[in-house]
Design a binder for this molecule. Structure first.
Ligand code: 4EZ
Length: 231
């Protein structure tokens, strides 16, 4: 099985690259793709750079050019739900683009004609994550993730996203990866560990917790690969 694993920033995939150790490297479309073998799995690992466009490009490349048949995202996010503290894990049940706005024409936020507001994650991968969380006694929240091309560091903006999308966490790539995978019929899974609470302290907290939260997300993802490999 060929599995794509992506992050947005180098810090988000570094713990994975350290874990799998040996790679073949392919440079393509202004980015670097790392190929590794793990148990009976073929892994393709990359970070896209930040934001929806780069993330969509990387996801599409991993699927179309490198033939990945599943895609797992690991990284950090800002918390919206008060259930989520720094370091906690959230997996997206569904994702929306909070910055997509043609409401001038009577459409809801996050919607464009022939698209959909929410893209749902793969149920099997969600089940695997629940199994891993239960067996390891790890708190894993399931919830809605909202994505947009903005680092959110204001309580007003965060509350608007909460109210509009009932989102539990926010970041800058997940929904664009979801759109690509949904269109190409590839099961996907978006995992994030909280680095900040998207409020006025977010910039400071993000810098402080990017590495530690990235590690938490990456190590959970590795446990999921163990489960997928033996399944
Ligand atoms: C984007 N990622 C942050 C990239 C920040 C700084 C150089 C996750 C994230 C996030 N995104 C963590 N906290 C966030 C927040 N408060 N708003 C948006 O996916 C790059």
């Amino acid at each position: 099985m060929k599995i794509a694993i992506m992050g947005a920033m180098v810090e988000e995939i570094e713990p994975l690259l350290e874990y799998f150790k040996e790679y073949e490297i392919v440079d393509y479309a202004d980015n670097r793709y790392y190929f590794a073998k793990y148990k009976d799995l073929e892994l393709i690992i990359a970070y896209s750079k930040i934001g929806k466009v780069f993330a969509a490009l990387t996801a599409a490349t991993m699927i179309e050019r490198f033939k990945a048949t599943k895609l797992l995202f690991s990284g950090v996010a800002g918390a919206i739900s008060s259930d989520l503290k720094i370091g906690d894990l959230i997996v997206a049940t569904k994702l929306a683009q909070h910055d997509l706005d043609i409401t001038a024409f009577g459409h809801p936020f996050g919607y464009v004609p022939e698209g959909k507001v929410f893209i749902e994650s793969d149920k099997e991968l969600l089940d695997i994550s629940k199994k891993v969380a239960n067996s390891k006694g790890i708190y894993l929240k399931e919830g809605v993730i909202a994505t947009g091309d903005q680092f959110v560091n204001s309580s007003e903006k965060k509350e608007w996203i909460q109210k509009t999308f009932h989102a539990d966490a926010l970041e800058m790539e997940g929904a664009s990866v979801a759109v690509v995978c949904d269109a190409l019929d590839i099961p996907f899974f978006i995992l994030r560990s909280i680095s900040d609470s998207a409020d006025m302290d977010a910039g400071f907290d993000f810098e402080e917790f990017l590495k530690s939260s990235s590690k938490k997300s990456a190590s959970f993802l590795i446990s999921m690969l163990d489960e997928i490999a033996t399944a």
